[in-house]
Design a protein around this ligand. Sequence first.
Ligand SMILES: C[S@@+](CC[C@H](N)C(=O)[O-])C[C@H]1O[C@@H](n2cnc3c(N)ncnc32)[C@H](O)[C@@H]1O
Length: 288
Amino acid sequence: MKALISRLLYTREFRNSLWGAMARGLIRRTAKRMKYSVDFQVDMLAVDRPHYAWCMLGAARLAKRLGHDRISAIEFGVAGGNGLAYMCDFARDVERVTGVKVDCYGFETGQGMPEPEGPYDLPYWFAASQYKMDRAALEARVPEAHLVLGDIDETIDGFLESHKPAPIGVIFNDTDYHSSTRDSFRIFRQVKNRPEHFLPRIFMYFDDVLGSEFEMYAEHNGQLRAIAELNAEQKAIRIHRNQNLIHQDYLPYRHQIYYGHLFDHPNYNTYIGEGRQEAIEDRLKLRT
Ligand SMILES: C[S@@+](CC[C@H](N)C(=O)[O-])C[C@H]1O[C@@H](n2cnc3c(N)ncnc32)[C@H](O)[C@@H]1O
């Protein structure tokens, strides 16, 4: 019976239907009492930030296949710190489920938004000083988080040297501006010299690629522009929107998950297909 319900919940038609939405509501309401598995809760959107959770679990599993037991997750743009706090809390679930520890870093001015650099930063929508942080409150809430305070333009280049992070497997980018997103990508400049600080492929989330009719995000402004520029200016790194979630209509975040491919990484070609490939091969054998 359990297997049947589970199968039904995972059919695309059911997930995208009103029944699917109602089932998720019920699962959300009963999650604490019923002690569902972490993956089930994430899939059913029964956690606070399913997009953060999905990326962290995915990166931990990739890391495990590559032989790592510790990774780093970064949030660019922390504001009050709800995202960073969620990361630190969920990191405990990730470690319990996968055995991989996740260190959580947050880059933030601490003073709210910097001055916009120009029109690509959407100054008609974002302004200096928005989203200020209460640093003491955040440090008290999540003492285990690593805050990197200052403008990303000033903190990014020395980060690997000063913090020596475990391989970075997840990047949540919520800095709103084109200029801040562009500057955050400078972290990739050191992949060749310091590959030990990166997984070869990175789970990424961009918050500011979907928005209202007032924001009008597009390829020519904000985060989408920064991604397009990075892809155009060099060949070693590609950031692209996922191709595995975009057809899952019920996932509100499906258009915001991206992947970063670091082609120069020495482990980029390391085979990670064990288990899954054998199952596919079995299915493809000619039935006689
Ligand atoms: C929308 S808020 C982040 C919200 C947060 N991620 C959350 O989910 O609760 C954007 C934040 O990015 C920060 N930010 C933008 N540009 C920055 C830069 N160049 N350096 C550091 N922080 C920056 C701002 O100070 C602001 O707090």
